[in-house]
Ligand binder design. Structure first.
Ligand code: DGY
Length: 479
């Protein structure tokens, strides 16, 4: 099956319409579904995963509310159901901690106790006085995409909902600010302007090779964990999911944080994993720019948000851009080392609207290199999450190689904002062809396009919707 991306007809300057009107490009393996049919399927899927207050990422594998999933889902859904999109984000922020932290998971008390592991009985979020009473959550966070999502949801509101949407934005604004100020303070132990994560789950890219060197050296003392059963393997094949060794370390870090009662100062002081992730911080910066705009809309002062954005921008360039490698690298604060692995996180700073042009050019060179775009050599889909030529590249295992539509969507936005429309369009073509070939799967093999992980995955449906609808909307204010 030739999944090659056809770059020939695409202009560098003009964004094309979403290039899906040539389904399959003659490839019989790809279903000739129209955008309309796929949009309808996406909507049906999102409605089936809707709980009445928020959307589950998927029915079986992720039966609760996940933080950054809800941000992606709200953006996609807002094109046709702005009210549910607003509810989605509001439901999440009802579980915001007093510190401002937005937890990575908000547990559904009605889900069976064995629906997901580790569940509320393992996390025990109530050990922290800052956690919301009577609302079990995880004790860690996820990338702060929510201000950006809130702005997009507001932009998509139909005219007859503009008053309701603005009132919602006014309610959300202080909560979004609190989320950001939490990251600026509790998660910046060196005062650099960059937020650190204390668990790979906080990155959203759990087993990414971006932090292998640090994560793999964490030793789990024998007897540190009681026996447990991985529930994820009831719903997905083991070769698609993180390894048992990784899972063991994930759980060990969880127990250390729980044993510190999720007290930020204690957790940050002792965490064996303390990582500054370029993707987490690029999303934070992108959202801080969204706060500038939201402040303007709700009558608040945008100046503090501009100042924070400038600080994050400077720190990303000063601390994470490694000129010798021509790459943004994750920074292991515990050992004070930059991680050299070539992964998707290195491209995320494209979300910074002020990224200097030579750095944009360097990122594009790498995205077009045989490590991520072996187009001239063989079939493939964009964008693999790990260098396809690296040792340890695995086309099917979670964040160790597969294409994910959320990272594609982030890079698509970042490239468009820097006028790199041809490459952005290639990513859109690949995303569309993957969905046509394999459905709204959680992730995809970049070499053969096969679908992996969960089926009927909410953010894949939502972000496909957003890419189609954004390209149909010439007045879209993007990025
Ligand atoms: C999982 O369960 O795989 C999630 O990524 C953790 O939040």
């Amino acid at each position: 099956m030739d999944g090659r991306v056809d770059t020939g007809a695409m202009s560098q300057d003009q964004p094309t319409a979403f290039p899906s009107s040539h389904p399959g490009s003659g490839d019989p393996a790809i279903a000739p579904a129209t955008d309309e049919a796929l949009l309808a399927t996406a909507r049906e899927l999102l409605d089936a995963n809707w709980t009445g207050r928020y959307t589950r990422p998927s029915q079986a594998l992720y039966p609760h509310q996940w933080s950054w999933d809800s941000a992606f889902i709200a953006v996609g859904r807002s094109w046709y159901d702005a009210e549910r999109a607003r509810q989605e984000l509001e439901a999440l922020f009802e579980a915001q901690w007093e510190t401002g932290m937005v937890p990575s998971i908000v547990f559904d008390p009605k889900a069976p106790p064995d629906a997901y592991f580790p569940g509320p009985d393992v996390w025990q979020s109530q050990r922290s006085p800052a956690s919301p009473r009577g609302r079990p959550t995880s004790g860690i966070t996820q990338p702060p995409l929510h201000a950006r999502a809130a702005l997009e949801v507001h932009r998509h509101a139909p005219p007859d909902q503009s008053t309701a949407s603005l009132a919602w934005l006014e309610r959300m604004y202080p909560r979004l600010v609190a989320q950001h100020r939490y990251l600026d303070s509790a998660r910046d132990p060196r005062g650099t302007g960059l937020a650190a994560i204390v668990h790979p789950w906080e990155s959203g890219l759990d087993d990414s090779p971006a932090w292998d060197r640090d994560f793999d050296r964490i030793e789990v003392p024998s007897g540190a964990l009681p026996p447990y059963r991985r529930r994820d393997l009831d719903h997905a094949v083991a070769s698609d999911r993180p390894t048992d060794a990784d899972y063991h370390r994930f759980l060990y870090l969880l127990t250390l944080e729980r044993d510190a009662d999720y007290d930020d100062a204690r957790v940050v002081a002792a965490a064996p994993f303390l990582m500054v992730d370029p993707l987490f911080n690029a999303i934070r910066l992108w959202s801080e720019h969204a706060l500038v705009e939201i402040a303007g809309l709700v009558g608040a002062d945008p100046a503090p948000h501009r100042a924070v954005a400038r600080r994050i921008h400077d720190a990303m360039l000063g601390e994470l851009w490694i000129a010798r490698r021509q790459r943004f690298c994750a920074w292991d604060l515990r050992r004070n080392q930059r991680e050299p692995e070539d992964t998707i996180v290195s491209f995320a700073p494209l979300l910074d609207p002020d990224l200097p042009r030579p750095i944009v050019a360097a990122i594009c060179r790498e995205l077009e290199s045989p490590s991520f775009h072996p187009s001239r050599e063989g079939p493939h889909y964009l964008v693999p999450t790990f260098d396809v030529r690296a040792q340890g590249f695995d086309p099917d295992r979670y964040w160790r190689g597969p294409v994910w539509l959320n990272t594609n969507w982030l890079l698509w936005h970042g490239l468009r904002q820097h006028g790199r429309n041809a490459l952005a369009d290639e990513i859109a073509v690949s995303s569309s062809r993957l969905v046509r070939l394999s459905g709204f799967r959680e992730y995809f093999d970049p070499l053969d396009g096969s679908g992996h992980g969960s089926d009927r995955f909410s953010w894949s449906a939502a972000l496909f919707t957003d890419m189609v609808m954004t390209n149909r909307s010439p007045t879209h204010e993007g990025p």
